[in-house]
Design a binder for this molecule. Sequence first.
Ligand code: SAH
Ligand code: SF4
Length: 365
Amino acid sequence: MSVNLLDFDAKSLAGFCEEIGEKPFRARQLLRWIHRSGEADFAAMSDLAKGLRDKLAAAAVVNPPQVISDHIAADGTRKWLLSVGAGNGIETVFIPETHRGTLCISSQVGCALACSFCSTGRQGFNRNLGVAEIIGQLWWANKALAEESENEPVRERAVTNVVMMGMGEPLANFENVVAALDLMLDDNAYGLSRRRVTVSTSGLVPAMDRLRERCPVALAVSLHAPNDTLRDQLVPINRKYPIKELLAACERYLESAPRDFITFEYVMLDGVNDSVAHARELVQVVRHTPCKFNLIPFNPFPDSGYKRSSAEAVSRFRDVLMQAGLVTTVRKTRGDDIAAACGQLAGKVLDKTRRANRRLSEPAR
Ligand code: SAH
Ligand code: SF4
């Protein structure tokens, strides 16, 4: 059976070259063809000897996930639904801004962590994505964006930043995510700087420590509440790794991080976590942790049971944080017309945990 070279980071690719009797430096050439040039056809890799190209064609493929649909929103946001087999699909979103283009990548089909306000979490969990399926999202986006006609000079139309904020909890799929991160950073592949690659986690403390050792990229942590009682409800993994342990892990992470702050994400849920009192409590809780805040107005989805905080509540909340000296931004909702915002990524998840069915039989909140 052929191996998929998109599954290999630089080291595994060097191992593969050795296995087929080639010098390890061939791996560098291959990386460049596959990731920099987006080439999937060995026959087109013109500086490789014909013999090697034939050998590769016999032993390997470059096989990204297939695109099921591709939408561009009025604001330039572009969203792809990629097939990952067995009726499952994952979503990838490109968000253009004036000086940067951010790709939001998925790491799992569904998510087992079941945060109460998250559409992906509501759908249950199917499986982890493989390396090819994770890096394949960047591979596709680069290719597709390069082929766009140049009709929008105002905003960036290339991927300059990656955020692991799509479907799934990246640190629950640790090895595959780290291999994909290695490729994002590799100069022969995508060559992004550590500061421009962000992993977002709901707070898997032991995996945060492992990431610090293995591949310290920028870190965003989904905090969403100023105390354990509330966070236990919103982010159930808090029952295992409560806020105090989470913040200690953040402080350890900063010792190796490419940036000198953690970004805390905070979803603004009307009447749940958005009062001035919550903001004051939050200021106290994070007082020892160098951080910035990103407030995310809740993005609704059917039967979520939550409402977005009012613009006034969001700005009152922001003012309390800012007055305490915490840099705070409010995330703009992008791609509204194509459901491409945070937490709305639904893809197509065949839930193996049958959570959705269980939910139906639960009493309404
Ligand atoms: N699993 C990771 C990364 C994916 S979610 C994590 O939880 O951090 C990316 C961000 O979107 C997280 O901060 C998440 O809490 C937030 N989010 C989830 N559902 C949302 C919704 N409906 N509206 C706004 N933000 C949401
Ligand atoms: Fe999973 Fe993140 Fe959604 Fe929570 S917010 S269910 S961790 S994807």
